[in-house]
Design a protein around this ligand. Structure first.
Ligand code: BTN
Length: 261
């Protein structure tokens, strides 16, 4: 049972107009991102949400997997049919990071940081991750899927994650209500997505930057086997990371993994 994630537990807590109004709960699935892609292809509306109690094949960025045991955490994906142009969905990922920061930071004693491109970190460990996938048809965005994995109540991570993953429950010293956290994230996400649609990415980037990890610090970034080093200057409106190297020239990096040096 995962009654805490059923629609009748979540929807009364939503202050949203369109996000989560179509809400689908699955007790078991391979990946809510795959489910969201399937329902998007089938005509699901803007703002439809798929939530699972347990994923057997949760996906992360760069072909990684996402630890998704039953009954502990949040695994959910949102279908968006955005009017945004250009078709690059990167600012959507930044908006999701800002929404997570806004919903989670007030629950924590320790600062929460957003690590480019889309990790939510507390105490240097990963609390949540975001996987944005999209489909472009004839040059326009058909749908964008925003998948979020948020470690809520995992008490002990498997050995390979023990030093790099964190959960809200461990940070708060007690079990946390998943349904309450899910509603808080969705309630925060809708206004940021509306801001993105109405005002473009600049306000999102400004909000994201307030929580940015390693800002002004030396970092290394690996991208497709290449490595870049420099001082992290920030993020451009299209979501590219801006590094300044020894030659003083800004360099834009579109994807990769950022490591503090
Ligand atoms: C990352 O940090 O690499 C992104 C992780 C995203 C995981 C979530 S869990 C819900 C949704 N379904 C998936 O298969 N992946 C995302």
């Amino acid at each position: 049972m995962a009654a805490d994630l059923f629609a009748d537990a979540i929807q009364p807590r939503l202050s949203t107009h369109w996000l989560g109004r179509d809400y689908r709960f699955l007790s078991l699935t391979d990946s809510t991102n795959s489910d969201a892609i399937a329902i998007a292809k089938d005509g699901a509306p803007h703002g439809a949400v798929v939530v699972a109690d347990h994923q057997t094949d949760g996906r992360g960025r760069l072909t990684r997997s996402w630890h998704s045991p039953a009954g502990e955490n949040l695994y959910f994906s949102v279908v968006l049919r955005p009017p945004w142009k250009p078709s690059d969905p990167r600012p959507v990922s930044l908006a999701a990071g800002v929404a997570l920061a806004e919903a989670l930071a007030p629950r924590l004693q320790t600062p929460l940081l957003l690590k480019w491109p889309n990790d939510v970190l507390v105490g240097g460990k990963k609390l949540a991750g975001i996987l944005v996938e999209g489909s472009i048809q004839g040059g326009a965005v058909d749908y964008v899927i925003v998948g979020i994995g948020l470690n809520v109540n995992t008490a002990e991570f498997p050995p390979e994650l023990a030093t790099i993953a964190e959960s809200l429950g461990r940070l708060c010293g007690q079990e946390v209500d998943r349904g309450e956290v899910l509603a808080a994230v969705l309630n925060s996400l809708e206004p940021w997505l509306e801001t993105l649609a109405e005002q473009g990415p600049e306000p999102i980037v400004a909000a994201w930057t307030k929580h940015a990890a390693s800002l002004g610090e030396p970092v290394r970034v690996t991208e497709h086997g290449r490595e870049y080093a420099g001082v992290m200057q920030g993020v451009d409106p299209d979501g590219a990371l801006v590094l300044v190297g020894d030659d003083g020239k800004p360099q834009r990096i579109m994807s990769g993994d950022m490591l503090a040096t």
